[in-house]
Design a protein around this ligand. Sequence first.
Ligand SMILES: Cc1ncc(COP(=O)(O)O)c(C=O)c1O
Length: 360
Amino acid sequence: MSPQTSISKLARPEIVAMKPYSSARSEAPDEGVLLNANESPWSLLPDAQLNRYPEPQPQQLVSRLASLYQIEREQLLVTRGSDEGIDLLTRVFCRAGEDAILQCTPAFGMYRIAAQTQGVDVVSIPRLLADNFSMNTDKLLETLAGDTPIKLVFLTTPNNPTGDSIDKATLLKILQTANGSALVVVDEAYAEFSSKASFCSLVAEYNNLVVLRTLSKAWAGAGLRCGSVIAQHEVIDLLGRIIAPYPLASPVIELAERLLAPEILSLQQQQLLALANNKQRLIKILKAQNYITDIWPGDANFILIRLEDASGLMHYCRGHNIILRAFNNEPMLQGCIRISVGSDSDLDSLETALNTWKTT
Ligand SMILES: Cc1ncc(COP(=O)(O)O)c(C=O)c1O
C-alpha cells in the first residue's frame, strides 16, 4: 500500500489556515467563580442548571461513546446526530464549485443535501437492481480513480433504504483507491441491527476512513440528536474547528449519559432482540401478501418491498393511521415502500391493514 497522505492536505485550505473560535468553556473549567461567559449567576428552574454553557465535548459522554465503539477518545467527535457529522465533513473537505461527493444511489438523502448546501457536485453511482441493489463497486472505483475531484465517498452499511451491507474486502479496495484524494465515510447508523462487524476498528489503520454512529436507532434515542464521528485525530481536529461552540444542550448531555449507563445495556439488548423477532414476524406477514412482488429484508430495522400499486397501499394504510415511507423521487425505487420494524401492536395494526387491502 502506498504511504498515507496527510489528511489536512485534503481539507479546504481556508479551514486549515483559520484560527478557530475559542469558547469560554473550552478555555477554562466550569468551576470557581465563573465570570467569563456572560452567563446568569442564577438558575430559574430548580431542577436544571441551564444558566451555564455546557461542556463543548462532554468528557464523560465522549468516554462512554468511545468505550461503546471501542476506539480512543481523541478519535471521536460528538455531534447533533449523524446529520451534523455529514454536514461538518462536507463543509471542511469540499470547496464550493470545485469538489464533489460520491454516493451510491438509492442512498440516505442528507449526503446530497449537505453537498448541495455547500455548492459541490454530487456524483451518484446507481446500485445494481438486478443484484439486490448491491453497490456497483467496479464503477465506483473507476470513478474514484478518474478526473472528478471527489473529496468524500459516502458509503452506508447497512444501507438505507435497501438494507444491504458492505464487506470488508470491498471497503479496503475503496480506501486504498481513495488514499491521497478522498475520505471514505462509512455511515453505520444501523450497524447494531446487523450481525456484521463494525468498521470502527479500521480507523486506527486508515487515516482516510471516517465512521458515523448514532444513538438515534438501536439506542432508541432519535429525540436526543446525538451522533459520533469516528476518525483519526487529524480529522476530528479539523471538524472541531467549525463545529458550533456548544453543539449539545445540557439536558441532552445528561440524558445521553443516562442512556449509556451500564444498567441500561441489558434493556437495550432485550429491545434489539425483540426487534429481531418482530422483523421475522414482519417478513412472514409480508410474504403472505400475494400482491407484494419483492421483499428485501436487509440487515437493518426496516424492510423494503415492491408492489404494483404502492401509492394505493400507502393511501390505504394512511387511512388506517399507519404511516409508511415511499420514494416517489427515486426512479430505481418506483413501487417500493420501506417499512420500519415496530412493536407487537404496530405489527398487529399493519397485518390487519395488509390483509384487508383490496378485499374491502
Ligand atoms: C443512513 C443514515 N444516516 C444517518 C441518519 C441520521 O441519523 P441521526 O438521527 O443521527 O442524525 C439516518 C437517519 O435516518 C440514516 O438513515
